[in-house]
Design a protein around this ligand. Structure first.
Ligand SMILES: Cc1cc2nc3c(=O)[nH]c(=O)nc-3n(C[C@H](O)[C@H](O)[C@H](O)COP(=O)(O)O)c2cc1C
Length: 285
């Protein structure tokens, strides 16, 4: 399959935004709660958002200049005026109300009653927490990074987390469980992702230093049946077993293609030892 190469210099801000949003995806959504110097609350979603450090806990999001006319958003003005913000994670149950908050409400309008989400007093900041959110952070504004000056240019707000507020049921065996959080992410266009249920899976971390793809037997890498994921699972093994010592069992396939299929099956079942035994037979086939 060929690839299309696109240079930013050939794109307008709207096209660049569409490319970024489609390809840098799914992005977590920060429902940012702020308050103006005059004391009016604001609530708006931002998916140019992530965490960037744990010591101190640091997050950033970007209420950027409007693509239409380069003006700045209320969230940016409020955060810069007060040096604070609250970030509320967006669960699937909050999705449609979050969408109402994203509308361009006029200056001076409190978006909490508009979207029906519940303002709750925070501990360290004046900006309100969002009662419905399973995971929230009170933040002190540390730094503003301007990434240009034209329409659509980035205005990144970096904040230090002063307090986390996590719904109790989200802790399962001491970790935050995706099914309990049920967060949504933003893709390009009108696409969203739901990070729970069958969409969520686990990948164990490599233990120590794995053998690496380049240590795999060449015949395996040439297989038309084994996929990159299959080979990645083998490459992640802590040691390359002695393939010549592998013993055939009754019912084992004889042909290379048949062996590749059962290697795949063993890997899918999580049985790495069995997969390597079959790889040993494959080398002799
Ligand atoms: C899911 C979602 C994610 C969004 N992400 C961003 C973003 O990262 N940056 C941005 O400037 N606008 C983003 N927007 C648009 C803002 O929410 C929208 O401009 C809002 O009206 C800003 O409100 P404010 O002027 O009250 O701050 C997003 C909208 C939605 C629905």
């Amino acid at each position: 399959m060929s690839h299309r190469t696109i240079l930013p210099s050939d794109l307008g801000p709207t096209e660049a935004n569409a490319l970024l949003c489609g390809g840098v995806a799914p992005r977590p959504i920060a429902l940012a709660s702020t308050i103006s110097a005059a004391g009016v609350r604001n609530l708006s979603p931002f998916s140019f958002f992530n965490a960037f450090g744990s010591n101190p806990p640091t997050v950033a999001f970007a209420p950027n200049r409007r693509g239409r006319d380069g003006t700045v958003k209320h969230t940016y003005l409020n955060a810069v005026a007060t040096d604070e913000f609250v970030i509320a994670a967006v669960s699937h149950a909050m999705l449609q109300q979050m969408n109402v908050a994203s509308a361009e409400w006029p200056d001076g309008v409190d978006e909490f009653p508009k979207c029906g989400l519940t303002p709750v007093p925070a501990l360290f900041v004046e900006s309100a927490l969002v009662g419905e959110s399973p995971f929230q952070m009170e933040c002190r504004l540390k730094q503003v990074v301007e990434l240009g000056s034209g329409p659509g240019s980035g205005l990144m707000l970096i904040g230090e987390v002063l307090a986390f507020h996590v719904r109790e049921d989200c802790f399962v065996d001491g970790i935050l469980h995706p099914d309990a959080l049920d967060l949504v992410g933003r893709n390009g266009g009108a696409f969203y992702t739901r990070a729970s249920g069958p969409a969520v899976f686990q990948v164990p971390k490599p233990g120590g230093r794995p053998i690496g793809y380049d240590a795999l037997p060449e015949a395996l890498k040439q297989s038309r049946i084994l996929t990159g994921n299959d080979l990645g699972l083998l490459a992640n093994s802590p040691v390359l077993p002695d393939l010549s010592a592998m013993v055939r069992e009754p019912g084992d396939p004889v042909a290379p293609a048949g062996l590749d299929h059962v290697i795949r099956r063993a890997l899918a079942a999580g049985d790495l030892n069995e997969a390597w035994r079959l790889v040993g037979l494959r080398m002799k086939a």
